[in-house]
Design a protein around this ligand. Structure first.
Ligand code: SAH
Length: 370
């Protein structure tokens, strides 16, 4: 009986670091130095067709086209906000969908990328959290978002620069290895060469991940989603606090090797009547005492299904003033792209409109959880 061996699935090289690509190339019997050329074609120039890689020998191009592939998230939809913020909806090889956001002129150009399909952390005010976790993204899928946005926004050239915030869908430290590999891929000099100081990773506070991050040679800036000034409040808003509590989190931040001229950003979502009182502000000051940090206040981006309200601007300003009067550096995050549901916590991939739920008062919601 003759049966043709089924062809092996081509290897996706978009998620390989340069050293891995070199090893794969050597395994094919080709010289190692071609790896750097291929890496530049893919990661810097965004070329996915091996036939077009004109500085490679023809025979090698043919061989690579047969055995390798460059997977790229498929752009399904692009929404542009009145403020220029652009939300990208991508479909992945298995049909899963994720979103990335381009935020212009902050004054930097910033890409907000996702690390997971959905999220397991279930923070009380976050729409992505309501999706639950479908799966982790691969390094290819995480780096692929940066590659597509950089080319689409014409920011991949040598005279352009952009920042990356890992603040989209998902908890990056829950998908540690793929996230870090992706950051090294976009950071490599042969590729887009994004310096680590232009990258910020935001975490809900997975303490072991923070400790690991502190040892990384390619170490992004750290942002912590704090959101509360005492344990019971954080237990209610950020359920992972029951595992890694505020005390452990603050200790981890104190140990974190913050780079020169850098600080840890503490994100604090302001929920009307829940965590926005003057006492909260004063507790927050005490909590952060002795840490090289700054506070980024995020007045809630309200949405159907989120049982909290956004405080009004005077309350936000009063909270900010207490912090700054005590010497803390504080900024208030401007909500960008709210009209296209691209703002923080609004990334959710659903086919139809979100089923609006009954909006309970914020105090009631908190009481339920305590
Ligand atoms: N899982 C990571 C990455 C998400 S980052 C983390 O928790 O840090 C997105 C930031 O937006 C986080 O600080 C998150 O808590 C915040 N956020 C979530 N929902 C929000 C909402 N509805 N309004 C304002 N900020 C929100």
């Amino acid at each position: 009986m003759t049966s043709a061996a089924s062809p092996a699935r081509p290897i996706d090289i978009a998620g390989l670091e340069l050293a891995e690509l070199e090893a794969r190339l050597v395994a094919l019997g080709a010289p190692k130095y071609h790896a750097r050329q291929i890496y530049a074609w893919v990661q810097r120039r965004g070329v996915t067709d091996f036939a077009a890689m004109s500085d490679l020998p023809k025979a090698l191009r043919t061989q690579l086209a047969a055995e390798w592939t460059v997977a790229t998230p498929t752009l399904v939809r692009k929404d542009v906000s009145t403020d220029g913020t652009t939300k990208y909806l991508f479909e992945l090889a298995d049909g899963a969908r994720i979103e990335s956001v381009y935020i212009p002129d902050t004054p930097a150009q910033t890409f907000c990328i996702s690390s997971q399909v959905g999220c397991a952390m279930a923070c009380a005010f976050c729409l992505t959290g309501k999706m639950g976790l479908t799966r982790h993204l691969t390094a290819s899928e995480i780096a692929g978002q940066v590659r597509v946005l950089a080319h689409d926004q014409q920011l991949a050239g040598p005279d352009t620069a952009f920042n990356i915030v890992v603040m989209g869908m998902g908890e990056p430290l829950h998908n540690y290895d793929a996230t870090m590999a992706a950051l090294r891929i976009v950071g490599h000099a042969a590729g887009l060469a994004v310096p680590a100081r232009r990258i910020t990773l935001s975490t809900v506070g997975l303490v072991p991940g923070i400790e690991k991050l502190g040892q990384e040679p390619f170490m992004p800036n750290l942002a912590i989603s704090l959101h509360a000034s005492h344990e019971a409040q954080r237990d209610a808003l950020v359920p992972i606090n029951r595992k890694y509590d505020l005390e452990a989190l603050i200790e981890a931040c104190k140990r974190f090797p913050v780079k020169r001229r850098s600080r840890i950003t503490f994100e604090y979502v302001l929920l009307s009547g829940v965590n926005d009182t003057p006492e909260d502000a004063r507790r927050l000051v005490k909590l952060l005492d002795g840490i090289k940090g700054k506070v980024n206040l995020l007045p809630l981006n309200a949405a159907p299904g989120i049982p909290f309200d956004r405080p009004d601007d005077t309350r936000v300003d009063a909270f900010a003033k207490i912090l700054s009067d005590k010497g803390l550096t504080v900024s208030v995050r401007k909500s960008r792209g709210r009209d296209i549901r691209a703002a923080c916590g609004q990334l959710i991939v659903d086919e139809g409109p979100l089923a609006p739920r009954v909006k309970r008062s914020a105090a009631q919601a908190l009481a339920d959880r305590l």
